[in-house]
Write a protein that binds this ligand. Structure first.
Ligand code: NAD
Length: 472
């Protein structure tokens, strides 16, 4: 595997962009504007850790502002650097465009190993980072709205919200300054599992397309397919759960300390609990160990889901990958060199910038909830249930037949917040998949699904820039 410093993530994103831009007719100036990162904030701030003062390095990059606010997660990891944050913020621009979420792209990162700090220390770091963002107007419901990413979750989003509301008292829409919050703090039901569920919806749609499946020699449908997931964090855990529930077989799970393999299938929740208890995924009963975690990526399977970090499949290991479909749940898990190898080998790569858009899609629903100050479904749930009861009663009276209790409960049920959120997500992922595939099949010179996804994104962002009247 090449050293991290050799891999230029932003350059890789630019390369994919250029490849796709060649299939469009947009003015060179517009394309150049889209590619650039509009605002880059690099900061160093001191935080007292024990008896020492540590200087913490952090970033927030707003790649685009053709729509407001900009949106993107915050990552806590030692691998965080400017190149990575710029690349991830660019991916956010394209991701939001593809799934029709009206945001610009942004990303943030703090260069720390969160495992080395106590919760109190992490809170101090997160709060200080937030106050730096506030000082420079890099956060706010209408300017830039962070969310969770690698190494962060609901807890960190709560700290961000609390810091924001303390420093900006009286802002009526303050709850919308960050998404991925706990439900008790203005979060939306369904956000926690959204990215993993979106990955499942996207791959399920791809697997339902006969023409695509014929191309790679697989039957349609998710059921029975052998799946490998790398990373049992927020995205990987939930993706694994929905694949198993959808009838697929989880044959291998990989974490950073190693991987386990069982051709009969694994249960992600049981493995998760086992790892919590023993501190490792290894030696899981009935499964074969892989001390070298990345070896699991090379096991024969139908669907490989890298859901940890970028650059895990590259020039070195790509020739040994035997999956038929690779679903990029993580951001940038494949290098451009690996991509080329998979195009040659006929492996279908379902690209990150739309496949993991479930998080930002449901973040959008959370932001809308915060701005409207009302829970999704509150206004119509009871009305729907009353109306459905009347309709069903009429049908039963007119036919003289009774509907079973289970069916009745299902039909009468008015939508709760989580039902609305999940159906909005399902609709978004299905529509985006179809749009990208239609674009891909519209021109046989388009080499892969990633290029098609970029073309769709470029067309949408360019239209938006052009319609803004920036380029007379
Ligand atoms: P997370 O921190 O919840 O989980 C990441 C998991 O990967 C952890 O369990 C970690 O131990 C594991 N891991 C780290 N290095 C590994 C290695 N070398 N091999 C195997 N496992 C390893 O992070 P997350 O939120 O699930 O994010 C994962 C990826 O998904 C990132 O690329 C992130 O940018 C992307 N993503 C996340 C979201 C979201 O809503 N959280 C949305 C879109 C994209």
């Amino acid at each position: 595997m090449p050293a991290a410093t050799e891999y230029k993530f932003f350059e890789a994103v630019e390369k994919s962009f250029d490849k796709a831009a060649a299939f469009t007719n947009w003015d060179k100036g517009i394309l150049e504007q889209i590619k650039q990162c509009n605002s880059v904030y690099r900061m160093n701030f001191p935080v007292k850790i024990g008896d020492q003062i540590e200087v913490i390095k952090a970033y927030r990059v707003q790649h685009s502002q053709h729509k407001s606010p900009s949106k993107g997660g915050i990552r806590f990891s030692l691998s965080v650097n400017l190149d990575e944050v710029m690349a991830l913020s660019a991916l956010m621009t394209y991701k939001c465009a593809i799934v029709n979420v009206p945001f610009g792209g942004a990303k943030g990162g703090i260069c720390i190993d969160p495992k080395k700090y106590t919760p109190y220390e992490l809170e101090k770091i997160t709060r200080r980072y937030t106050s730096e963002l506030i000082k420079k107007n890099f956060i706010g419901p209408g300017t830039d709205v962070p969310a969770p990413d690698y190494g962060t979750g609901e807890r960190e989003m709560s700290w961000i919200l609390d810091t924001y509301t303390s420093l900006r008292p009286g802002e009526v829409d303050a709850l919308a300054c960050v998404t991925g919050k706990p439900v008790s703090q203005g979060g939306v039901r369904g956000r926690r599992e959204a990215t993993g569920l979106g990955v499942y919806f996207g791959i399920r749609e791809v697997c339902s397309m006969e023409r695509l499946m014929n191309k790679i020699g697989l039957p349609t449908g998710v059921a029975g397919k052998r799946v490998i997931v790398q990373g049992l964090g927020n995205v990987g855990y939930h993706a694994a759960k929905f694949f198993r529930e959808g009838g697929a077989k989880l044959i291998a799970l990989a974490e950073y300390e190693g991987a386990i393999f069982n051709p009969e299938g694994l249960n992600e929740e049981e493995v998760f609990q086992y790892r919590k208890k023993t501190g490792s995924i290894l030696n899981y009963p009935g499964a074969k160990n892989f001390e070298q975690s990345t070896d699991a990526l090379e096991i024969e399977c139908d669907i490989l889901i890298p859901a940890a970090l970028e650059n895990v499949v590259n020039q070195e290991n790509a020739p040994r990958i035997k999956a038929k479909i690779i679903g990029e749940a993580a951001n940038g898990p494949l290098t451009p060199e690996a991509d080329e190898i998979f195009i040659q080998k006929g492996i279908l790569v379902v690209p990150d910038m739309y496949l993991n858009a479930g998080g930002v899609t449901v973040s959008y629903f959370e932001w809308l909830k915060n701005l409207s100050h009302v829970r999704h479904g509150r206004m119509e749930k009871r009305f729907t249930e009353n109306m459905n009861t009347r309709i069903l009663n009429q049908i039963e009276n007119l036919t003289g037949k009774k509907v079973s209790k289970t069916e009745k409960d299902f039909i009468l049920h008015g939508a709760d917040e989580v039902d609305i959120v999940n159906s909005g997500l399902e609709e978004t992922m299905i529509t985006a998949t179809r749009e990208i595939i239609d674009c891909w099949f519209s021109n046989d010179k388009i080499p892969d699904m990633r290029t098609a996804a970029y073309i769709v994104a470029i067309n949408k962002v360019a239209t938006s820039y052009a319609e803004l009247g920036i380029f007379p």
